[in-house]
Design a protein around this ligand. Structure first.
Ligand code: MV4
Length: 459
C-alpha cells in the first residue's frame, strides 16, 4: 500500500481523506495556504506544508507548489478531493510523469470527459441516450440558428469545457438566441479559456439524477446506485438524496447498466459520476461525467455501506474492487444538506468570520462532515460550505425526520448559515412528497419573498 498520501485540498474533504488514510495505515501530508494554518486538516495530518498565500491561484490551484510539496515530503500519491485540481488533466499528467500516483482516473480520461461535446459523442456511440442538439462545436450564430430550428426551441447554450451549469444560457426563441450567443461565447472564454459552445434542446423542469461509478485497474466497473441532486440554487447543489424518490428498480437497472457501459467504453478507473437528466415522461439522457469524488458521495456511502475514499485509494494502489455488482445492496435512504456560511435572507451572500459557538448534532443515523470548530475563523477566500449533515434511515420518511432533528440541534453562532433555509425546505410539502423538480428552489425563494413583502405592507 502507499506509504504517504498528500492531500491536495482543504476543508471538510481534506479531513475526510485524512481519516480514510489513517484507517488504512497511510501517513498523510496536508498542504495549506497561509490563511488555512489554523485549520483542522493541518492539525490532523502527520505532516504539513505551507504552499503559499491565501488566493487559490497561488496555493491550492498551483500544480508547481503541490508537486514541490509532494517531492519534499516523499509522498507517493496525491488525493485531489473535489474542486481545485481534481479535474485538471494537465495536473494528473504531471503527477503521472513525476511518478506520483494521482488518485483518480488517467489524465487521458479526465481530458476526454472534460470536453463535454466529446464526452456526449463517446457515450452516444455506445448506446447511451443523449439530449438532442449539436454534435460539434457551434462556431457561428447562423449555425446555432439552423440547429435550433431543427431541434425546436427552447434550446440551451453550454460551454464545451464547462460543466455543472456554469455559463449556460437558455434561449426560448430565435431572438433570444441572437441576444445570448455572443454573450455565452464570451462567458465561456472568460471562465474556461475556450469560447466553444454546444447546443441542446432545453428539457423542461427535469430531475438531475446521477450514478456513482467505481472502476478498478483490472477493468471491473460497477455502479453504486443513484443520487437525486435536483435541489440546486444557481447550479449549486443544496440537498442530495439516495435513492431518488422517483427511481424504481427497473429504471435504476436500466440507467445504472448504461452508466457502467459508458464508463467501460472509455476504460474508466477510480471513482466517477455519470450525470443524467430525467424528464417528465421518465425519459433520461446522459448529460456529462464527473471524473472526481463528489461532495455528495456521502449519501451513497450511507446507503451502500462502503467507504468510497478508501475504495479510491485501494483502486489507485492496484487492488481489485472490494465488491461485485451483485454484492451492491442499497439499504434505506440517505439525505444530505450542505450547510453554507451564507445569509439566505440576503441573496445567499457569503458570511465569512468567526464561529463564536458551535454545537454539532449527533445520535443514530446522523453524520456530520465538517472542518468547523468553535472559534474557527472562516476565511473569505474559499467555498462557503462549512458542513454536511447526512442522515440515514430505514426509509425516506425516517431520513427526513432525522434531518429535521439534526438541523434543530445544529447550533452555529457568529456567522449566518443556510440552516434555517434547509429547515424550511425539509419540512415543505413539495419536498415531503418527493415530486419536486428543478423549479422548487426558485419557487421557494419567490414565495418567501412574497411573505416578506406582505409583512412589510402590514407593518
Ligand atoms: C439542462 C437543463 C435543461 N435542458 N440541460 C446542467 C447542469 C446543472 N447544474 C443544471 N443543468 C441543466 N441542464 C438541458 N438540455 C436544465 C438544467 C438545470 C437543472 C438541472 C437539474 C437540476 C436543477 C437544474 C436547475 C437549473 C437548470
Amino acid at each position: 500500500m502507499f506509504k504517504k498520501v498528500l492531500v491536495a485540498n482543504r476543508g471538510e474533504i481534506a479531513l475526510r481523506i485524512i481519516r480514510a488514510c489513517k484507517e488504512l495505515g497511510i501517513a498523510t501530508v496536508a498542504v495549506h495556504s497561509e490563511a488555512d494554518r489554523p485549520s483542522l486538516h493541518v492539525r490532523f495530518a502527520d505532516e504539513d506544508v505551507c504552499i503559499g498565500p491565501a488566493p487559490p491561484a497561488s496555493s491550492y490551484l498551483d500544480p508547481k507548489r503541490i508537486i514541490a510539496a509532494a517531492e519534499i515530503t516523499n509522498s507517493d500519491a496525491i488525493h485531489p478531493g473535489y474542486g481545485f485540481l481534481a479535474e485538471n488533466a494537465d495536473f494528473a499528467e504531471i503527477c503521472e510523469s513525476c511518478n506520483i500516483k494521482f488518485i483518480g482516473p488517467t489524465s487521458t480520461v479526465i481530458r476526454l470527459m472534460g470536453d463535454k461535446i466529446k464526452a456526449k459523442e463517446a457515450m452516444k456511440k455506445v448506446g447511451l441516450p443523449v439530449i438532442p442538439g449539436s454534435e460539434e462545436v457551434v462556431k457561428t450564430l447562423k449555425e446555432a440558428q439552423d440547429i435550433s430550428k431543427a431541434i425546436g426551441y427552447p434550446v440551451i447554450l453550454k460551454a464545451s469545457q464547462g460543466g455543472g451549469g456554469k455559463g449556460m444560457r437558455m434561449a426560448k426563441d430565435a431572438k433570444d438566441l441572437e441576444t445570448y450567443f455572443e454573450i455565452a461565447q464570451q462567458e465561456a472564454k472568460l471562465s474556461f479559456g475556450v469560447e466553444d459552445l454546444y447546443i441542446e434542446k432545453y428539457v423542461e423542469s427535469p430531475r438531475h439524477i446521477e450514478f456513482q461509478i467505481l472502476g478498478d485497474s483490472l477493468g471491473n466497473i460497477i455502479h453504486l446506485g443513484d443520487r437525486d441532486c435536483t435541489i440546486q440554487r444557481r447550479h449549486q447543489k443544496l440537498i442530495e438524496e439516495s435513492p431518488s424518490p422517483v427511481m424504481d428498480e427497473k429504471l435504476r437497472e436500466k440507467m445504472g447498466g448504461l452508466a457502467v457501459k459508458g464508463a467501460k467504453a472509455i476504460g474508466y478507473e477510480n471513482s466517477g459520476t455519470m450525470e443524467f437528466l430525467l424528464d417528465k415522461e421518465n425519459k433520461f439522457y446522459f448529460m456529462e461525467m464527473n471524473t472526481r469524488i463528489q461532495v455528495e458521495h456521502t449519501v451513497t456511502e450511507e446507503v451502500v455501506d462502503i467507504d468510497l475514499i478508501k475504495e479510491q485509494i485501494r483502486i489507485a494502489w492496484g487492488e481489485k474492487l472490494s465488491l461485485t455488482q451483485d454484492q451492491v445492496v442499497l439499504k434505506g435512504h440517505a439525505i444530505e444538506c450542505r450547510i453554507n456560511a451564507e445569509d439566505p435572507e440576503n441573496d445567499f451572500l457569503p458570511c465569512p468570520g468567526e464561529i463564536t459557538s458551535l454545537h454539532i448534532p449527533g445520535g443514530h443515523g446522523i453524520r456530520i462532515d465538517t472542518h468547523a470548530y468553535a472559534k474557527y475563523k472562516i476565511p473569505p477566500y474559499y467555498d462557503s460550505m462549512i458542513a454536511k449533515v447526512i442522515t440515514h434511515g430505514k426509509n425516506r420518511n425516517e431520513a427526513i425526520l432525522k434531518m429535521q432533528r439534526a438541523l434543530d440541534e445544529f447550533i452555529i453562532e457568529g456567522v449566518k448559515t443556510t440552516i434555517p433555509f434547509h429547515k424550511e425546505i425539509i419540512s415543505s410539502p413539495v419536498f415531503l412528497f418527493g415530486n419536486y423538480d428543478t423549479t422548487l428552489i426558485e419557487h421557494f425563494i419567490n414565495f418567501r419573498g412574497h411573505k416578506e413583502k406582505e409583512q412589510k405592507v402590514k407593518s
